[in-house]
Design a protein around this ligand. Structure first.
Ligand code: AP5
Ligand code: ZN
Length: 216
């Protein structure tokens, strides 16, 4: 099964995608994670993307579609994928249709996480993750069970994303409204779109998504 999780920055796409990955063995395809890996590796793509990401802008369609296309060619994707953070522009939505057709893949569901914009800045500026295993946390909504110790791997080192400051988050929301929200009608036409209340507590959001995947 192949799905897209749509929604603004902070809607919970990454949180839910990583739960689906653990629970269902699907593969999370986050273009944000791919770009951050390129930045960390100091590759040419990473060097070009870093300044744009730090400012909250969108990296060029050509770069992002290129890295996604390569990732879709890896064999684990056959287990089923969750697209998280792609497509984000009309050009990317068209490229995705083309890539899937070329690679003989199809989408089963497009799930939009619907959230109040006022909650997003708070969600993103409070976010942190384990520096070792990547498990995501939040200062108020999801703290480690033992303070300062990762629930999953026991590491005591945590990190915050450089683009998770208030100014950059506001720019990311402007970009979302201008370039990503307008592509929703593209998906409406496919008849695959389902909406989930992304303001509900995390386990409820997970249950709503699983109900869609199970055809309930
Ligand atoms: P990317 O990494 O995709 O970031 P984003 O879309 O801004 O999404 P986030 O990771 O901020 O939010 P999320 O929805 O995953 O929320 P999360 O689950 O973490 O992109 C980063 C940058 O890369 C972009 O700005 C751009 O520059 C570039 N880029 C990436 N893809 C691109 C593309 N296709 N084209 C061009 N450029 C691209 O949740 C947030 C917090 O809220 C967490 O702390 C979590 O614990 C908490 N939370 C989650 N759910 C709930 C809940 N139900 N209740 C309470 N708290 C919750
Ligand atoms: Zn950890």
């Amino acid at each position: 099964m192949n799905i897209i999780l749509l929604g603004p920055p902070g809607a919970g796409k990454g949180t839910q995608a990583s739960l689906l990955e653990k629970d269902r063995g699907m593969v999370q395809l986050s273009t944000g994670d791919m770009l951050r890996a390129a930045v960390a590796a100091r590759s040419e793509t990473g060097l070009r993307a870093k300044a744009v990401m730090d400012a909250g802008g969108l990296v060029s369609d050509e770069i992002v579609t290129g890295i996604l296309s390569e990732r879709l060619d890896q064999p684990d994707v056959a287990k089923g994928f969750i697209l998280d953070g792609y497509p984000r522009t009309a050009a990317q939505a068209e490229s995705l249709d083309r890539l899937l057709a070329e690679k003989g893949m199809k989408l089963d569901h497009v799930i939009e996480l619907v959230v109040d914009e006022e909650a997003l800045v708070d969600r993103i500026t409070g976010r942190f993750s384990c520096a070792s295993c990547g498990e995501g946390y939040h200062d108020r909504y999801k703290q480690p069970k033992v303070e300062g110790v990762c629930d999953v791997c026991g590491s005591t080192a945590f990190k915050r994303r450089p683009d998770d400051n208030e100014e950059t988050v506001r720019n990311r929301l402007v970009e979302y409204r201008a370039k990503t929200a307008p592509i929703l009608p593209h998906f409406e036409a496919t008849g695959l779109v389902r909406r989930v209340d992304g303001m509900a507590p995390m386990p409820e959001v997970t249950r709503a998504i699983e109900a869609i995947l199970d055809g309930r």
